[in-house]
Design a protein around this ligand. Structure first.
Ligand code: SAH
Length: 223
C-alpha cells in the first residue's frame, strides 16, 4: 500500500474509533474517560485478520480463528470499566485471544499478565502487542483456570471466557481488596459476575447477560 493510501486508511480507522466511542460506548453507560481514551487510541482492526478490518469497529464480536472470538467493543469496555483501574494495578487476564483486551489493560494498568491455552493465538497476540510496543504485558501459554501463581496476588482479574463458576485459584490469587470479573453460566449464556474481595469477604454483583466462548480447563469446562 502506498504511504498516501495507508494514511487515508488510518484516518478512516480513527474516524471509526471516534464513532464507536460516541455511538456504541458513551450512550450505553461507559463513562470512564480513561477507558474511552484508550479505546479511541488502540487500533482494534490490527487484532483481527485483514479481511475483517472494515468490520473491526462494529457493535458485534468477530471471529479470530480456532473457534474463538474477540468480544464486541461494548462488552470489552463494560468489563474493563468494572475493574475500576486507576493506573497502578497488577492485572491478570485469562483468555488472551487476539490480545486486544490485554492491550486495553496495558494502557490502563501498571502491568498485565495474560494467559491463553491456544498456542497459535498466543503467538499472534504476542506479535501484534510487540509491534505496538507494549512492554508491560506478559503472556503465558497455560490453562488459565490455575491463574498465574508466581505473579500473584493481583489487584484485578478479568476472565474473557465463560465458566460454570469462578475458578478457586483465581479467587485465591485476588488481592484484598481486589476485583474479579467473569462470565458465569452454561455453555450458551452467562451472567457477567463482578466479585469484590474486601476485608476477607467476597461480594457478588450481577452485571447483565452475556455470551462468551467456553473457558476450558481444570477449573472450567472439561472440553
Ligand atoms: N480477550 C480476548 C478474547 C477472548 S476469547 C480478546 O481480547 O481477543 C476467549 C479466549 O479464551 C480464547 O482465545 C480461548 O482459547 C481462551 N481460553 C479458553 N479457556 C482457557 C483457559 N483455560 N486458559 C486460557 N485461555 C483460555
Amino acid at each position: 500500500m502506498s504511504q498516501a493510501a495507508s494514511n487515508s486508511c488510518n484516518d478512516q480507522f480513527k474516524i471509526a474509533r471516534e464513532r464507536m466511542v460516541a455511538q456504541q460506548l458513551r450512550p450505553f453507560g461507559i463513562t470512564d474517560e480513561r477507558v474511552l481514551a484508550a479505546m479511541r487510541k488502540i487500533p482494534r482492526h490490527l487484532f483481527v485478520e485483514e479481511a475483517l478490518w472494515d468490520q473491526a469497529y462494529g457493535d458485534f464480536p468477530l471471529p479470530i480463528g480456532y473457534g474463538q472470538t474477540i468480544s464486541q467493543p461494548y462488552i470489552v469496555a463494560l468489563m474493563t470499566q468494572e475493574l475500576g483501574l486507576k493506573g497502578d494495578e497488577k492485572v491478570l487476564e485469562i483468555g488472551t485471544g487476539s490480545g486486544y483486551q490485554a492491550a486495553l489493560l496495558g494502557e490502563l494498568a501498571r502491568s498485565v499478565f495474560s494467559v491463553e491455552r491456544v498456542s497459535a493465538l498466543l503467538a499472534r497476540a504476542r506479535k501484534i502487542l510487540d509491534k505496538l510496543n507494549y512492554s508491560n504485558i506478559y503472556l503465558k501459554l497455560d490453562d488459565g483456570t490455575w491463574g498465574w501463581k508466581d505473579e500473584a496476588p493481583f489487584d484485578a482479574i478479568i476472565v474473557t471466557a465463560g465458566s460454570p463458576a469462578a475458578p478457586q485459584p483465581l479467587l485465591d490469587q485476588l488481592k484484598d481488596p481486589g476485583v474479579l470479573i467473569i462470565p458465569v453460566g452454561d455453555e450458551y449464556s452467562q451472567t457477567l459476575v463482578k466479585i469484590i474481595k474486601s476485608n476477607g469477604e467476597l461480594y457478588h454483583e450481577n452485571k447483565g447477560a452475556v455470551r462468551f466462548v467456553r473457558l476450558i480447563g481444570n477449573h472450567g469446562w472439561s472440553s
